[in-house]
Design a protein around this ligand. Structure first.
Ligand SMILES: [Mn+2]
Length: 294
């Protein structure tokens, strides 16, 4: 987006930052290169969001903060490092727009958010619930962050919702485990049936008035539109539907966003990173919309 690479947060409203960590991936690795690919794709973005009738920099100041430090191959150390590096940004009142990286990075993000904001509502776009207890006997993985987040009390789970879930499961009761943790769920078939406007309304109803964090796994989108990700599931959503549902989320009290699981090596066309850049742009637009209209 050609934002300046600045780490001085004086007068800054939002900070884009990369989290180039993919040690939590269960199948294909390489999302550590997601931030670089999304940044490269983002040069085409322009400041005016025509749909919202808002020109971002009339209302917000934003920077590219660079990447948060990680230790490739070392999950616990990286989680501590991500949380410690993010915390001062949030303490300054700056809204983070985080670029992954695999979905395990959202746990340390939420740990940092929780220290400042307390439990937050989670709006989780994904084809998977990511609420498994363990993978390969390990508690930290990109399939487990939201179970850990509930266990650690990071979420106001009564205001949290997972949308877009689909694909084959391990057991018939897999999704019940997510409901038992307290999440509301809209699976992909239900979301297709209700349409994106109604889905956005349902998400807003659930998220309510308190602080919310939005986490967007790019595999929410159908692999036809976002092939560059490691655990693809068919039957997903178009890029147009993706923009429509995000644009419907105006007026919420956003405390942070991430877009994760972009794996550029298996998408030579670059359309996955381009979509991820536009998703991040729509997140920023929601912040600008709130300044202009809320
Ligand atoms: Mn995920």
């Amino acid at each position: 987006m050609r934002l300046p690479h600045v780490q001085d947060l004086e007068q800054v409203d939002f900070a884009v930052m990369g989290v180039p960590f993919d040690t939590g991936s269960s199948l294909l690795v390489g999302s550590r290169f997601g931030p670089e690919a999304i940044r490269s794709a983002s040069v085409i973005l322009k400041p005016c969001n025509y749909f919202h009738e808002v020109t971002i920099f009339d209302f917000l100041s934003g920077v590219d903060y660079g990447d948060l430090p990680v230790v490739p191959g070392y999950h616990k150390e990286s989680n501590v490092s991500i949380k410690d590096a993010l915390l001062p940004v949030i303490k300054r009142g700056v809204t983070p727009i985080l670029l992954g990286g695999d979905h395990s990075i959202t746990l340390p993000e939420l740990q940092a958010i929780h220290q400042v904001h307390g439990p937050v509502g989670l709006i989780h776009f994904d084809s998977h619930s990511d609420t498994n207890d363990q993978y390969y006997g390990q508690s930290l993985n990109h399939g487990t962050p939201f179970r850990r987040a509930v266990e650690e009390g990071l979420l106001d789970v009564g205001r949290s919702i997972q949308v877009g879930l689909r694909g084959t499961l391990y057991r018939e009761d897999d999704l019940d485990e997510s409901r038992d943790l307290g999440f509301d769920i809209v699976n992909a078939v239900e979301a297709h049936e209700m349409g994106m406007k109604a889905l956005a309304e349902k998400i807003k109803q659930r998220a309510g008035q308190g602080p919310v964090f939005v986490t967007f796994d790019i595999d929410f989108v159908d692999p036809a539109f976002a092939p560059g990700t490691g655990t693809r599931e068919v039957g997903g959503f178009t890029s147009a539907q993706t923009l429509e549902v995000i644009r419907g989320l105006t007026g919420l009290d956003f405390v942070g966003f991430d877009v994760v699981e972009v794996l550029p090596a298996i998408d030579p066309s670059g359309i996955t990173a381009l979509l991820a850049a536009n998703i991040a742009y729509e997140f920023i637009s929601l912040l600008a919309w709130n300044r202009k209209f809320a």
